[in-house]
Design a protein. Structure first.
Lengths: 445, 270
């Protein structure tokens, strides 16, 4: 029994290659069904996003399972194995668990800390649940990875700070104004970048968009798109008095928004804060404006600086997150080992109980005139011997379940108590337990 | 026995300050902020119990010695903080307010907490009314001072485009500007009423509404400073300038409270 992760991501494969291997959502149930028919696959799940395609499986044997999954991908997408192998990675058992936890916690993402991946993982899990291709192991693994992701999110600052320019602009706006509700934005210049930034601000509940452009028609066009107002370009200074955020993308060679304009605007605004975002190259807002009270000017370089600081911050937080994941992998493996220990404990108990009952029966049959009282006494005696004998091994097995090296102990226990031999000869298995058949053999001979 | 409540209150404030500090450094630990708020609240309750016990022991509202005055001021600031925190939910306020309270109250550790006699002519209901109003006014000014300091820190981060840890911890500029102003617009009327009631009381005790006692003079200065500040606000001063003014105003409050009262002259000396 083991966990295997086979997949590829933005780290190992270029976009075209990832595109060839994606599983569109509606095809996943069928694909899962097909995958289950490959040898050794006990449970399976497919996650397919634009940045990664991964298959998680619980398998009888890791090597066989890995092989099966690779063959499945190759068959399903009609790719030759050598082509496929160079972009695939494989993680087995504890490494596999660690990988799933890292994916869920967004440590493996293109933008570390972006929260989308957890939702995508949940969706993939739902699909697999509906297709009934997961069971004990993957259910536990996925549920655990969701809770690990939540723990990482609450205990680290992995998602803190915007890591792209338009998010950074929104974050800054929120640190100036608190909420963006009821605020208005003036777009100066109607380029694509400005449009994108404006859309972003709209998503953050900005109230009103105004557009000023050198060609008034283009301004009207864009204003219509945002259900805002078009402004004559030469009127922009007076509009700035009522706007809270200015996005400048005029693309001129020298500043369009001069110091004098902004100083007058700030006065007319009675120094209510105004946020100037300059996304033109070279800057189209005079850098001196920043010195005016209540004026906060950020150009592309400044925004990029903010983003860089945040990316660095996230990297530091990622280390904390890795620590959390290390702990959680340990507790997960403990649970997995206890899965191994439980059947061993049950097997051992049943086997010994079986021996006891049979031997007791044999003895009692050979004796005449045993009273009920004596029979009960024998019962108690044998029971006591068995329990005393089993006490130490059971304690050791329970401890082994909680110990990283416990797997070996469990294996040894199965060997010395001969718990597995009968598994291979099912015809000999006694209804009561694994040891029964072997004990009976002398009688037959 | 009564003092045990005082020490317990201080211990809770210390705990709360420590919690808020940890929260400021590690904001992912939201539970610490909650615990710190509860500590501050519990500290306030203990502090209030101590206040009542001292009141019943001395038979008058305990606001007449320096020890009692800083106790009342500390309690007042915590009260304003708790109310603002309930309303606005800005835990980072605690990181700044609690240390201020502890610093302002620190003289209590070295001065005598003994209950002193009171001139019988001062025994009057006005004592309680006048001092509570004045202390609440001072507490609101202290709150506004702290918010102004936070405002300037945040504004500096934004202007310098260096957005470190503090940037993420501190609240938005506009919110700080608003609550700082709100504290003043509540604190100034309370302070005014404190002065008016004090003057009425002075008339009944000494037969004169105003006698240019040093404390009275300083209070008038404080009152005028904040009046000017509120006026400037209505004509459009805000943000950084307001923050500087509020800080300057609080310096006058501190002088009035810790220097003028301690100078040993006039009716307000202790």
């Amino acid at each position: 029994m083991g966990i295997v992760v086979v997949g590829l991501s933005h780290k190992t494969a270029v976009t075209e290659c990832r595109a060839k291997l994606t599983f569109p959502e509606d095809t996943i149930p069928a694909a899962l069904g097909r995958l289950m028919s490959y040898p050794g696959i006990q449970e399976s799940l497919i996650i397919s996003t634009c940045n990664r395609v991964e298959i998680y499986a619980s398998v009888k044997d890791s090597a066989e399972g890995t092989e099966s999954i690779k063959q499945f991908i190759s068959d399903y997408h009609g790719l030759s194995r050598p082509d496929l192998e160079q972009s695939l990675y494989v993680y087995v058992d504890s490494e596999g668990v660690r990988h799933v936890f890292r994916v869920a916690s967004s440590l493996d993402s293109l933008v570390v800390g972006e929260p989308q991946i957890l939702g995508q993982l949940k969706d993939s899990f739902d699909l697999a649940l509906k297709a009934k291709t997961t069971s004990t192991v993957l259910n536990k693994l996925l549920k655990k990875s969701i809770s690990v992701a939540k723990r990482v999110r609450t205990e680290t600052r992995l998602a803190e700070g915007a890591v792209n320019i338009s998010y950074a602009a929104v974050e800054l706006a929120k640190k100036i104004f608190g909420t963006l509700e009821g605020k208005s934005v003036l777009l100066l210049g109607a380029g694509e970048m400005a449009e994108l930034a404006a859309r972003h601000l709209m998503n953050n509940k900005v109230d009103k968009i105004m557009v000023a452009n050198r060609t008034f028609e283009r301004a009207e066009e864009l204003a219509q798109e945002f259900k805002g107002d078009a402004i004559r370009f030469e009127h922009f200074p007076s509009t700035m008095v009522t706007a809270d955020i200015l996005i400048c993308s005029t693309g001129a060679q020298k500043p369009v928004v001069t110091y004098d304009i902004v100083r007058q605007v700030a006065r007319d605004r009675r120094y209510r804060p105004i946020f100037l975002i300059d996304i033109s190259m070279p800057p189209n807002i005079d850098a001196e404006c920043d010195k005016i009270d209540g004026v906060y000017l950020y150009n592309i370089d400044a925004l990029q600086g903010v983003v860089d600081t945040n990316v660095q911050g996230r990297q530091q937080e990622a280390e904390k997150a890795e620590d959390i994941i290390r702990q959680e992998v340990d507790t997960y493996l403990q649970w997995e080992r206890s899965l191994d220990a439980v059947p061993t404990i049950v097997d051992l108990r049943e086997k010994v109980e079986d021996i006891r009952k049979r031997e007791l029966e044999k003895t009692l049959c050979g004796m005449n005139g045993v009273t009920d009282e004596q029979r009960r006494a024998m019962e108690v005696l044998t029971q006591a011997i068995v329990n005393k004998m089993l006490h130490a091994p059971l304690v050791v097995l329970k401890q082994a379940a909680a110990n990283p090296e416990g797997g070996d102990v469990i294996a040894v226990a199965r060997k010395i108590f001969n718990l597995d031999r009968e598994l291979k000869k099912p015809s000999h298995v006694h209804a009561k337990g694994f040891g029964a058949a072997e004990q009976r053999e002398p009688e037959k001979s | 026995m009564n003092l045990a409540f005082f020490y317990a209150a201080i211990a809770m404030y210390l705990l709360s300050a420590a919690g808020y500090l940890v929260f400021f450094i590690k904001p992912e630990k939201k539970r610490i902020a909650d615990a710190a708020l509860w500590s501050a609240f519990l500290g306030f309750v203990l502090h209030f119990i101590y206040f009542i016990l001292r009141w019943s022991e001395s038979g008058r509202i305990p606001v007449t010695s320096f020890f009692e005055a800083i106790n009342a001021l500390g309690m007042g600031i915590i009260l304003v903080f708790l109310l603002m925190e309930l309303r606005y939910r800005i835990p980072s306020l605690g990181t700044f307010i609690l240390p201020l309270v502890l610093v302002l109250m620190s003289p209590a550790a070295v001065i005598s907490g003994r209950i002193e006699g009171l001139n019988p002519i001062l025994r009057s209901a006005w004592l309680g009314i006048h001092t509570s109003l004045a202390v609440l006014g001072d507490a609101a000014f202290a709150f506004s001072f702290i918010v102004s300091v936070m405002y300037l820190l945040q504004e500096r981060q934004l202007k310098h485009k260096h957005l470190g840890t503090i940037f993420h911890r501190l609240p938005p500029l506009d919110i700080m500007d608003t609550i700082g102003y709100r504290a003043l617009s509540i604190g100034w009327p309370l302070y005014t009423l404190g002065m008016v009631t004090g003057s009425i009381w002075a008339e009944s005790a000494w037969g004169s509404y105003w006698s240019w006692d040093p404390k009275e003079t300083w209070s008038l200065i404080v009152w005028v400073v904040y009046l000017v500040l509120l006026h400037l606000r209505t004509i459009g001063w805000r943000g950084r300038k307001m923050a500087y003014l509020s800080i300057a105003g609080f310096v006058f409050v501190l002088i009035s409270f810790f220097v003028v009262s301690r100078a040993g002259i006039g009716k307000h000396s202790f």
